[in-house]
Structure formats: structure tokens, C-alpha cells
Design a protein around this ligand. Structure first.
Ligand code: SF4
Ligand code: SF4
Length: 425
């Protein structure tokens, strides 16, 4: 990445040495995992470029937006409605992190047995290595799992402006009412932050922008149903990860261009792996950049990933927001309805997620499901038992794995995944 950005990073308060270390690890991981794949669609060149400029050009764009008076908002969860953020003339960026950093410092603030995702987010802050975090004018946290809920009390002391949403835990009328009142509270907060009143046309336009992103991802997902699969699971995951921080219009255009190419591949029966390759559905915790360990293991063990039942995947993107409303209240209602359908494991009970896994298994013609749980993530770890039982009852092969962001268990993961894929063959 260009040395021209050194001043920008310094001005953001990053620790330049630590940041160099992070970029080196990220760059090496990307080269080893992504650039070593064969037969990639040329449309992935855009995503390679995005990754090479993830702390460069994109940050410069965000800083240019700030200089022009636009606010940047960071978030850690797909329950934060991008439609409302955009309608207030702000930009939303995902802050979830997928790599270990400054673990020693993190464990002075958080218990060691906290999930890797939360620890990583803290590590990026304490290590002063995340330009997205540092350029955000406001960070939105949310009461989903206990780990996040309590850690925000500590994060509050580390960042300038943290806003926490109170999210429901049950899919009941009362739960929906909580979500609705929280989305109105967020709307007010965004209007205060930006000075922009969220009126009907702005909201409608923002819904269209976010729906277009999701529709492009839906197109990509549908193409993955083909056999042979025209794109690797690793590449499709990357597109789903970039969804969270790229410019929305450019992202939509780039995914659609990729899909044009994939449509031709499907017509020509050009795949990234042979037709006989076992097809795997991944289900579970979200995978943030650069958490590519398990997908890499799967696709280097003779399988191909055809879908992700995950917040960085179909759980996060599957539903569109209805645009037929003619008032702010009607559009807000549509947003609430759309987000209330997200089947996060923090809900109790959560039968919708089991049903969605079954639907995805059928739709993507998956031969087996690998449930991915982050160590110390209680909601998904506990729910994995129900997922396993439900799949076994339908004679669907399932493997439950629990891991973290370290590389120490790769050999063990390979052994388990290879045995599972052999069994599918
Ligand atoms: S898994 Fe739950 S808490 Fe995590 S991003 Fe998804 S909805 Fe939010
Ligand atoms: S992975 Fe699990 S424990 Fe970690 S933040 Fe998400 S829901 Fe919470």
C-alpha cells in the first residue's frame, strides 16, 4: 500500500509500527489464501483492489466525505439499519474485526474467555490500528449477546461517541415494539448528529440504495446454486465482507459486473471446482475480514462452500425493505419489519434460523452443513446442538466446529473437515 497514506494514518492517531505489522499480516494472508486460488473470475479483480486499498483509498474517501461535512458511523451488527444512517446523510461502515491484535492489552480489560470477535474489536482499538474506528464520528453498539452488551460499557471509555441500541430478545409483539422504538430513537440521534431531517424522499432513496446492494448479493447467491459452482466460497465470502465498508453504489455495480461474468460461466459450465466436489453450507457466527481460516480449510480439503447462513452472508442480506410506504412512518415500519426477521441466535426461541438452514441446504443443493461457532460465543454454541439435531433428523450430514482467530488449530480443523468431506463423497 502506498507510502502516501502514512500522513493520513498518523493524523488519525494510528500507531504506525503496529499498523504496519497488521497490514503485513493482512497482505500475506490475502496473498496466500486469495491470490493463490486458481480459475478465479476476473471480476474479483475489483475486490482484490478494494482489499489492497482497504486502509488506503477507502479511508481517504471517508476522510474526504468528512471534510465535505458528512458523518461516518461505525457499527458491529447487522441490526444497525443502514437505511436510516444513509437517510441522515451519513456513511455506515462495519467495524467487526476478524484478526487477533493486542491480545495482552485486551485481556487486561475483558475476560480471557470472551469471543474472538469482541476481543478483536477491542484489540484494534487498543492497538490503534483501525482507521475505520478512528475516523468514525459515532459508533453504534447494541444489546445483543451479553459479551457485547457488557463490553460496550468499557468501550464507552475508549471512544469519543458510543451510542448503544437496546435490541429485543424475543420475536414477540413486545419485541417488535422495542425494535420500533429503538429505530425511532436512532433516527432522532442521527438527525442530531448530522443536522439532517430524515424525511420521506431521503428515506425512500436510502432504502433503494441498500436494497440494490442486497439484490446484487442475491444475484451472486443464486449463481452459486449452479454445478459446477462458478465462484469459490472464499471469493463469495469476500464480496459479503466488502458489503460492509465499500461505497454502496460502487459495490452494487461491481457485484453485478461479477455476476454478468458468472452467468456466462454457468452457461459454459465453467466452474472453480469439478462438478463432483462436495457442496458445503456454512452456518453460524459471522466471519469478518480477515477471518478466512475455516473457509480456506474447507476449500483446500476437497469441498466447495455454496452458501453462508451467517450475518456476513444470507442471514444479513436475504430480506429487502419494502419501499411501497408513502410516509416516513410507513417506511420506518417497513424497516422494522425487515430487520425484525433477522434470525440471530440471541433470540429465544429461534426456530426461524433452523428453518432457514434447511431452506438453504435445499436451495443450494448442499451435501452437508458445517456449523461454525466462535469459542466462548454462547448464543451460537448453545444453538449448535439444536442445529445438529434438526439436521440429523433430516439425515443431513453436519459437522460442528468451534474455533477462534488463532492459527494453532489449523491441523486439527483440517483433519476433521477432511474426514467430513471424505464421508460426503
Ligand atoms: S450474529 Fe447477532 S449480534 Fe452478531 S452481527 Fe449478527 S445479528 Fe448482530
Ligand atoms: S460471536 Fe457470539 S459472543 Fe461474539 S459477539 Fe457475536 S453473538 Fe456475541
Amino acid at each position: 500500500m502506498s507510502q502516501n497514506y502514512q500522513t493520513m494514518w498518523k493524523n488519525l492517531g494510528l500507531d504506525l509500527n503496529a499498523h504496519d505489522m497488521l497490514l503485513e499480516v493482512l497482505g500475506k494472508g490475502y496473498t496466500d489464501i486469495y491470490l493463490s486460488q486458481s480459475n478465479r473470475p476476473t471480476g474479483m479483480g475489483y475486490f482484490d483492489f478494494v482489499m489492497s486499498e482497504v486502509h488506503g483509498l477507502r479511508i481517504k474517501e471517508l476522510l474526504d466525505e468528512k471534510a465535505a461535512g458528512r458523518k461516518i458511523v461505525g457499527s458491529y451488527c447487522v441490526f444497525v439499519p443502514e437505511e436510516i444512517i444513509l437517510a441522515a446523510n451519513a456513511t455506515l461502515v462495519g467495524l467487526c474485526s476478524g484478526a487477533e491484535f493486542a491480545t495482552e492489552a485486551v485481556e487486561k480489560l475483558l475476560p480471557r474467555n470472551t469471543c474472538a470477535l469482541i476481543k478483536s474489536s477491542f484489540g484494534f482499538k487498543l492497538g490503534k490500528v483501525c482507521p475505520y474506528l478512528e475516523c468514525a464520528d459515532m459508533i453504534i453498539g447494541e444489546n445483543t449477546c451479553d459479551g457485547k452488551k457488557k463490553s460496550y460499557e468499557i468501550l464507552n471509555d475508549l471512544v469519543a461517541r458510543l451510542y448503544v441500541m437496546d435490541l429485543p430478545q424475543m420475536k414477540s409483539p413486545g419485541g417488535k415494539a422495542i425494535l420500533k422504538s429503538e429505530y425511532y430513537r436512532l433516527k432522532d440521534e442521527m438527525e442530531k448528529l448530522t443536522g439532517v431531517v430524515i424525511e420521506k424522499d431521503r428515506l425512500k432513496q436510502s432504502i433503494d440504495i441498500v436494497n440494490a446492494k442486497r439484490k446484487a448479493i442475491h444475484r451472486l447467491s443464486i449463481l452459486r446454486k449452479a454445478n459446477p459452482v462458478p465462484i469459490s466460497g472464499l471469493d463469495a465470502l469476500l464480496a459479503n465482507q466488502v458489503f460492509f465498508y465499500d461505497n454502496p453504489a460502487r459495490f452494487t455495480q461491481s457485484v453485478n459486473a461479477l455476476c454478468d461474468e458468472l452467468e456466462n460461466r454457468v452457461k459454459d459450465k465453467t466452474g472453480v471446482f469439478p462438478e463432483s466436489t462436495p457442496r458445503i453450507l456454512i452456518s453460524g457466527c459471522p466471519m469478518a475480514v480477515p477471518n478466512w481460516k475455516l473457509p480456506w480449510v474447507i476449500e483446500n480439503s476437497g469441498g466447495v462452500i455454496v452458501g453462508e447462513e451467517s450475518c456476513v452472508g444470507e442471514r444479513g442480506t436475504r430480506n429487502l425493505t419494502d419501499t411501497s410506504g408513502n410516509t416516513v412512518d410507513e417506511l420506518m415500519e417497513a424497516i422494522v419489519n425487515r430487520y425484525f426477521d433477522i434470525d440471530c441466535a440471541v433470540f429465544t426461541p429461534n426456530p426461524g434460523r433452523l428453518q432457514h438452514i434447511m431452506e438453504m441446504k435445499e436451495a443450494y443443493n448442499a451435501d452437508g452443513v458445517i456449523h461454525y461457532g466462535l469459542q466462548f460465543c454462547q448464543p451460537y454454541s448453545i444453538e449448535s446442538g439444536r442445529v445438529e439435531k434438526a439436521l440429523q433428523a433430516e439425515n443431513v450430514p453436519v459437522l460442528c466446529v468451534e474455533t477462534d482467530y488463532s492459527q494453532t488449530d489449523i491441523a486439527q480443523l483440517e483433519t476433521r473437515v477432511q474426514a467430513f468431506i471424505e464421508m460426503l463423497k
